[in-house]
Design a binder for this molecule. Structure first.
Ligand code: FE2
Length: 205
């Protein structure tokens, strides 16, 4: 199968003013598209053209194929990121809210830890909310294309902290981008769905 560029789940300008339409057009239409194009080329070179994205990522990791891993993991991470954001306000409820209280004490404490991790992460990468194997939620970061798709636990939300995610809107002010996303843009319904599914989200075919 050929890996496709996943459609954005909202119009390009739907996240304004937190994330501009100009940023999303470049981020989705250029960066995400480039990862898709390169993944397909590298996968075909390795006779993986019939494989789904998750299989390609695992194969690249197991074979220490860094070139393929970086492109393929970035395809997956970006799909997960688009769904981690939403123009519709939501809030944790039910099991998710209970797990947040148990793990962090409160949603505010979670948001503070998420912000500190995302702002403090050195250079390019991702900040994640994850449900660990022991059932507790925690904040983690990964470097560059590092993905929680292949780690133990279930990723619930992610924030892209590569500069291309915010530079058009905020220049080098990652803190302003992260705080605005955490304040208004997180898709708690997506987090709840990931938690309830008890399986890692799969990139659409
Ligand atoms: Fe990105």
């Amino acid at each position: 199968m050929t890996i496709s560029l996943m459609n954005l789940p909202y119009p390009h300008n739907a996240l304004e003013p937190v994330i501009s339409g100009a940023t999303l057009e470049v981020h989705h239409g250029k960066h995400h598209q480039a990862y898709v194009t390169k993944t397909n080329a590298l996968a075909a070179d390795r006779d993986l053209g019939a494989s789904d994205l998750e299989t390609i990522i695992r194969w690249a990791m197991n074979n220490q194929d860094k070139a393929l891993f970086n492109q393929a993991a970035q395809v997956w991470n970006h799909g997960f990121y688009w769904l981690s954001l939403s123009p519709d306000q939501s809030a944790p409820s039910g099991e998710l809210a209970a797990r947040i209280d148990r793990s962090f004490g409160s949603k505010d404490a979670l948001v503070q830890q998420f912000a500190e991790a995302a702002v403090g992460h050195f250079a390019s990468g991702w900040a994640w909310l994850v449900a660990r194997a022991d059932g507790m939620l925690s904040i983690q970061t990964t470097h560059d294309a590092g993905t929680l798709m292949v780690e133990h636990g279930i990723p619930l939300l992610t924030i892209d902290v590569w500069e291309h995610a915010y530079y058009i809107d905020r220049k080098n002010d990652r803190k302003a981008y992260v705080e605005a996303v955490l304040d208004r843009m997180l898709n708690w319904d997506f987090a709840a769905a990931n938690l309830a599914r008890e399986q890692v989200w799969t990139y659409p075919a």
